[in-house]
Design a protein around this ligand. Structure first.
Ligand SMILES: Cc1cc2nc3c(=O)[nH]c(=O)nc-3n(C[C@H](O)[C@H](O)[C@H](O)COP(=O)(O)OP(=O)(O)OC[C@H]3O[C@@H](n4cnc5c(N)ncnc54)[C@H](O)[C@@H]3O)c2cc1C
Length: 372
C-alpha cells in the first residue's frame, strides 16, 4: 500500500482528514500541525509506520493516556473485501449509530477482514502549549504508584512513559545519552493545554512525584529539551534489539492499580527463569512492554525456558485482570496464547466473523487465530 500515500483532503471546518493508507503517520502529524490541527495517535514508530498499518493494528502510542487510540479517531473507511467488492463504512460525522458499527470492527482487524484504501480521520485543535517533566525513582514500583497517584490528583497527562533500570542501561549503551544513570526507574510525564494549565499541572505533577518517591524531577525548559527526552524514549526499541537481537517484546496492558504488583512479579519470574527482562511502556495506559532479553547463545533448552517465562508473564497479566496485547495485536507470535484470554464461545464468534468477511481465508491467512 506504500504507493497510496496521499493526504486527499484536510477539512478545517469539520475537523476531518481523508487520507490514503500509505501516508506515514509522522508526515500526517507535520502537515496537520502546520495548520494548527492535531491527530493525537502517536505510536513510537510514527516516523516509519503508516496510517493504514495503524488502523489495521488499532495502534496506541505515547498520547493514548489522554487522547485514546487510533480507533477513537477513525470516522469512516473505504475497504476492499476478499471478494473484490468495495465497501464504505461510517460517515464523516461526529456521531453515528446507524446499524452495527462495522468501522470499529474493521479497525484492529490486522488485515484479516479487508484492505483499507481510504481512511477518514477525526481531528482536534492543536493544544497550544506542551510541558514535560522527568521523574527519577529508586524503584519501578514507585513509578507505578506515582502513575496511579497522578490520576487520583485529577491529572490527565498526555503522556506518562515508564523505563526501568534495564531499559535505561540499554539506551545509555546505545545512544551514550542517559536519562538518569543513577535511577532505578524513570517516568516521563507530558501535559498540554493553555500556558496557565500546563504550568499548574506541572506543579501538581511534581508534588505528586515527590510524595510518591521521586528523588529528583527535571523539567524540560523548552521544545528542544523536550525533544531530547523523547528521542531517548524512542530509542529504547532499537537499543534493546541491539542488546538482544532475539528479544521477545510483549505488550501486556493491566488495570493501573495492578502495575506495581505486576512489575514485582516480572522480576520474580525472570529470576526464576534466569533470563533478564527489561520493562518499559505507556504506563499511564497500564501498558507495559515486557522484553525478555534472550541471550545470543541460547540453545534449545534455554529457548524452552524463554517460552515458559513468556507463558508465565502472559498468564500473570491475564490473572491480574489484564490483556495479552494493549496495542501491537496478536499476529502470529501471540497466537498460541490467545486462548489464555478469549473463551471458546467468543473465539467461535470471532472465527465466524472472519468467515463472513473472508470465506476463502485469503486475507492474512494464519494471523490471529491458532490452528484448530
Ligand atoms: C520501534 C517501534 C515502536 C513501536 N511503537 C508502537 C507504539 O508506541 N504503539 C503501537 O501501537 N505500536 C507500536 N509499534 C508497532 C507498529 O509500529 C504499529 O503496530 C503500526 O501501527 C504498524 O504500522 P505499519 O505501517 O508499520 O504496518 P505494517 O507493519 O506494514 O502492517 C501491520 C499489519 O497491518 C496490515 N495492514 C497494513 N496496511 C493495511 C491496510 N491498508 N489495510 C488492511 N491491513 C493493513 C498488514 O497486513 C499487517 O498485518 C512500534 C513498532 C516499532 C518497530
Amino acid at each position: 500500500m506504500s504507493g497510496m500515500n496521499q493526504v486527499l483532503e484536510i477539512d478545517e471546518t469539520n475537523l476531518t482528514a481523508r487520507v490514503q493508507p500509505g501516508v506515514v503517520t509522522g508526515e500526517l502529524h507535520a502537515q496537520l500541525e502546520a495548520r494548527g490541527l492535531f491527530y493525537p495517535p502517536d505510536p513510537a514508530s510514527a516516523e516509519s509506520s503508516t496510517v493504514g498499518g495503524n488502523v489495521a493494528e488499532n495502534a496506541g502510542g505515547l498520547r493514548a493516556v489522554k487522547y485514546g487510540v487510533t480507533r477513537d479517531y477513525v470516522l469512516a473507511l473505504e475497504t476492499v473485501l476478499a471478494t473484490g467488492k468495495v465497501i464504505h463504512t461510517g460517515r464523516a460525522t461526529m456521531k453515528n449509530v446507524t446499524g452495527y458499527d462495522l468501522t470499529r470492527l474493521l479497525v484492529g482487524s490486522e488485515g484479516t477482514l479487508g484492505i483499507f484504501t481510504e481512511i477518514t480521520l477525526k481531528l482536534i485543535p492543536l493544544p497550544p502549549v506542551v510541558g514535560a517533566v522527568l521523574f527519577l525513582f529508586e524503584t519501578a514500583e514507585a513509578a507505578a504508584e506515582t502513575t496511579v497517584a497522578l490520576g487520583r490528583a485529577g491529572l490527565m497527562p498526555r503522556a506518562c512513559e515508564f523505563m526501568d533500570k534495564a531499559s535505561l542501561d540499554a539506551v545509555a549503551a546505545y545512544t551514550h545519552a542517559s536519562l538518569g544513570a543513577e535511577a532505578g526507574a524513570v517516568l516521563l510525564v507530558e501535559v498540554d493545554g493553555s500556558a496557565a494549565a500546563v504550568a499548574g499541572e506541572l506543579e501538581i505533577a511534581k508534588e505528586v512525584g515527590a510524595a510518591n518517591g521521586a528523588f529528583e524531577d527535571r523539567t524540560a525548559s523548552d521544545a528542544e529539551a523536550r525533544d531530547e527526552l523523547w528521542s531517548v524514549r524512542r530509542s529504547i526499541s532499537p537499543a534493546l534489539s541491539t542488546l538482544s537481537p532475539g528479544r521477545v517484546n510483549e505488550d501486556v496492558c493491566l488495570p493501573r492499580s495492578e502495575l506495581a504488583r505486576y512489575l514485582a512479579r516480572t522480576r520474580e519470574l525472570a529470576e526464576e527463569a534466569g533470563v533478564p527482562v527489561a520493562n518499559f511502556g505507556h504506563m499511564g495506559d497500564g501498558n507495559l512492554h515486557v522484553n525478555v532479553l534472550v541471550p545470543a547463545e541460547a540453545d534449545e533448552a534455554a529457548m524452552e525456558g524463554v517460552e515458559r517465562l513468556v507463558t508465565n508473564l502472559l498468564e500473570s497479566a491475564v490473572a491480574m485482570g489484564g490483556t495479552l496485547s494493549g496495542e501491537h495485536g496478536i499476529g502470529t507470535t501471540k497466537q498460541p496464547y490467545l486462548g489464555l484470554e478469549i473463551p471458546p464461545a467468543e473465539m467461535a464468534l470471532m472465527r465466524a466473523v472472519k468467515k463472513v468477511f473472508d470465506p476463502a481465508g485469503i486475507l492474512n491467512p494464519g494471523k490471529i487465530f491458532p490452528d484448530d
